[in-house]
Design a binder for this molecule. Structure first.
Ligand code: 13P
Length: 284
């Protein structure tokens, strides 16, 4: 129980051919929902946030304090991860703030620049005894709106990238998108099989929301050990807010967010169970 290095949890997951859900954090109520879901399932969970998500909460330190509080309160096993870090300063800030894992996302850069930045971030993370995630290939937003082209991971680059960066877990681009899919989701499982045969570190799937369950399960069996989820739990949270607005009683503010937390917790439980249908990870 408690906060662990993320790669420790993920290596065990990959050995067992299951995956751990990594859920986006944007406020204390949604952190509470994720913690409740982890407690309810008895399974490990990853709390993660991008700088754009934790800055409005008061910064990386505020997020870390909140997560630590709920991890202790619910006596759960978890990791706290920087998702899509953009600069080495942000990586260092999260190391100082007590995260247990960081990502620097240089996947929009050319290969050599991605290697250079990822290796530098890995050095900072490892000096602080944290694990490090990088992305090779580039997963775009579902609306195509992150300014970059989607690029699938090139298998011939994988082993060299892992060796030169000392990355602990690798995010791959195999057909998922961040946010809603525009068309029919179709993961390139052939590509994933090839990548997984080249390296034995845990592989990470960004853009998990809206991906058909059978494709997720196939990806997990092939080596995906972490699945990032934002849109699905955010939609559940918003649906709860809409429910609360419909029956709004301004004199009782404490009740307002209950449907949002309840719906989001239920969705998170569903996904944790889907990714890890193996209760043996409960005591990781
Ligand atoms: P979704 O919003 O598609 O679940 O993606 C989340 C994600 O990959 C965060 O890094």
């Amino acid at each position: 129980m408690g906060l662990r290095r993320m790669d420790f949890l993920l290596r065990r997951a990959r050995e067992k051919q299951i995956a751990i859900g990594a859920f986006e954090c944007w406020d204390n109520l949604n952190i509470l929902g994720i913690a409740r879901a982890a407690a309810e399932t008895g399974l490990p969970v990853i709390f993660q946030a991008t700088p754009a998500e934790y800055e409005p909460m008061g910064g990386a330190g505020a997020l870390a304090d909140m997560v630590r509080f709920y991890v202790r309160k619910f006596d759960i096993t978890a990791a706290l991860h920087l998702d899509h870090g953009g600069t080495l300063e942000q990586v260092a800030d999260c190391v100082r703030s007590g995260f247990t894992s960081v990502m620097l996302d240089a996947s929009g850069c050319e290969f050599e620049e991605n290697v250079r930045l990822s290796a530098a971030a890995a050095e900072i993370a490892h000096a602080g005894n944290l694990s490090f995630e990088a992305e090779l290939g580039h997963v775009i937003g579902g609306d195509g709106g992150d300014g970059a082209e989607s690029a699938l991971t090139v298998p011939s680059e994988v082993a060299e990238f892992v060796r030169r960066t000392s990355v602990d877990c690798l995010a791959v681009s195999i057909g998922t998108v961040h946010g809603d899919y525009k068309g029919e989701p179709r993961l390139r499982l052939d590509l994933l099989r090839e990548i997984a045969s080249l390296v034995d570190i845990p592989l990470v799937l960004h853009g998990g929301s809206g991906t058909p369950v059978d494709q997720l399960h196939a990806a997990i069996r092939l080596g995906i050990a972490k699945i990032n989820i934002c849109t699905d739990i955010h939609k559940a949270f918003i649906a709860g807010i809409q429910e609360a607005i419909a029956g709004l009683t301004p004199s009782v503010p404490g009740k307002f967010y209950r449907p949002a937390v309840a719906r989001m917790t239920a969705k998170t439980i569903e996904m944790i169970r889907l990714f890890a249908d193996d209760p043996r990870l409960a005591n990781a």
